[in-house]
Design a protein around this ligand. Structure first.
Ligand code: ASP
Ligand code: MG
Length: 437
């Protein structure tokens, strides 16, 4: 069985939902994971913000508006919309109740969960009205987080096996992406964009033949299409290359999505619902050629340098530095060292002032913000000469603050000023990709 996940834009209106169903029905049996319809999660977050600020009237008004929109979508999509409308009203009655009662710690998560509940219900009703045997499963019963807020993988497997057996005669199984329950059984979620991760977890639990992620882009592009005109699609990526790219916000795939698929060796196929015939990008452990495949950039990076003569020939210095970041739960992305200094980057400044204050006990600290990490991803084999030379000649005119090469065989990263981003991406495009043709 394959897992097919559809993102919000692929479900954006009744026509798009019908289109997604058509794609699903190419399969004799399928497990479908859905995001909320585009825009809905943001609207629900606004409603939840009003509730948390005790702005009940605004929250209610916004909820009524959203409910009416869903009534229209149901009427558009279904010949007999009554049942769907009844279910929509049930969800909104619970939502209104959440708005009226005093907020609990899980209120926000409860409110945002309705996006996926609504989309899956509409999809299910549409299949049912077209006489397709289908089962709607509730993801909050399938994915449970443990005390570290991580999904209990074995648990998903056993629960899914039971359900699939129980509803054995079903052709299509449908469930929500993104939502799950926490260790206490309250509704929770996997974070923004988390539906890809859900799909990957379900794919791994089912030992699926393939995980298809359907969006509105023709696969992964070799450069940022918002900045560079002539980007090209990449047809094949290794799991490790995809994981590196996902970090850089190659918007198409949630970073956590790669790991469950990789560990279980389940190919991931990224496809475009608008161009279903386009081959998209396949991610697997099968490699094709070496060299650079894609570049991507991540902004809002802060570089921190700690300089200390105590570092010279000393051991344990880096541990002390890292412990400061661990204490303030701030991930480090890039790191470079010399004998007397270490430079590293973070993309979360919430605890920056406290981090700096503690680091100052170990040496002189300097901080630069408005930096961008540019990742150059590919199968960059260390045994093959020439990769660094190619890269550096492309970057001849760009001031570079940090370089990281050799951490993995799939990534080289440079840290630049954000104001130089466009010309850096362009220079890499001209020299690494276009020159070859
Ligand atoms: N609906 C959620 C979001 O907008 C999850 C997802 O789409 O992946 O973040
Ligand atoms: Mg998404």
């Amino acid at each position: 069985m394959k897992v097919l996940k559809f993102g919000g834009t692929s479900l954006g209106n009744s026509e798009r939902i019908k289109n997604a169903v058509e794609i699903v029905l190419q399969e004799s049996k399928a497990f479908v994971v859905l995001s909320a319809m585009s825009g809905t999660t943001n609207r629900l977050i606004d409603i939840s913000d009003h509730v948390l600020k005790n702005n009940k009237q605004k929250a209610l008004k916004s909820a009524y508006k959203l409910r009416n929109q869903y009534h229209s979508i149901a009427a558009d999509l279904l010949k007999e919309p009554e049942k769907a409308i009844e279910q929509i009203n049930k969800y909104f009655a619970i939502l209104e109740n959440q708005i009226q009662v005093s907020p609990k710690p899980y209120t926000e998560k409860h409110i945002v969960s309705f996006g996926e509940l609504l989309s899956t219900n509409l999809f299910y009703q549409y299949l049912k009205q077209n006489n397709i045997k289908s089962t709607l499963l509730n993801a909050t019963e399938l994915i449970r987080l443990n005390s570290k807020n991580e999904p209990e993988v074995e648990d998903i497997k056993s629960k899914l096996e039971n359900k699939i057996q129980l509803y054995n005669e079903s052709r299509i199984f449908i469930t929500q992406g993104f939502i799950c329950s926490d260790i206490e059984g309250n509704i929770s979620n996997l974070g923004r964009g988390g539906s890809d991760y859900s799909a990957s977890l379900f794919g791994a639990a089912l030992n699926a033949d393939e995980i298809q992620i359907w969006t509105d882009i023709d696969g992964v592009q070799n450069n940022d299409p918002r900045i560079i005109d002539s980007t090209q699609p990449i047809r094949k990526l290794l799991f490790d290359e995809a994981a590196e790219l996902a970090y850089f916000g190659a918007k198409i795939l949630h970073p956590s999505c790669v790991l469950p698929a990789k560990e279980n060796n389940i190919p991931v196929l990224l496809k475009n619902t608008l161009h279903p015939d386009d081959p998209g990008t396949s991610i697997s452990k099968k490699t094709e050629g070496t060299g650079f495949k894609a570049v991507a950039a991540r902004d809002n990076i802060t570089a921190i340098r700690i300089k200390s003569s105590r570092m010279l020939l000393a051991y344990g210095f880096l541990r002390k530095v890292f412990e400061v970041f661990e204490k303030y739960e701030t991930p480090i992305d890039m790191i470079t060292t010399s004998e007397v200094a270490v430079s590293l980057t973070i993309d979360n400044e919430i605890h920056l002032s406290k981090i700096i204050a503690e680091l100052q006990t170990y040496g002189t600290v300097s901080v630069n913000n408005n930096k961008t990490i540019v990742g150059i991803v590919g199968n960059i084999m260390a045994e093959e000469p020439g990769h660094a030379e190619k890269l550096f000649s492309a970057l001849a005119d760009i001031p570079i603050r940090m370089i990281s090469y050799g951490a993995s065989a799939y990534n080289m990263s440079i840290l630049i000023n954000t104001e130089d981003k466009k010309r850096t991406l362009q220079a890499l495009n001209d020299n690494l990709f276009n020159r070859r043709k």
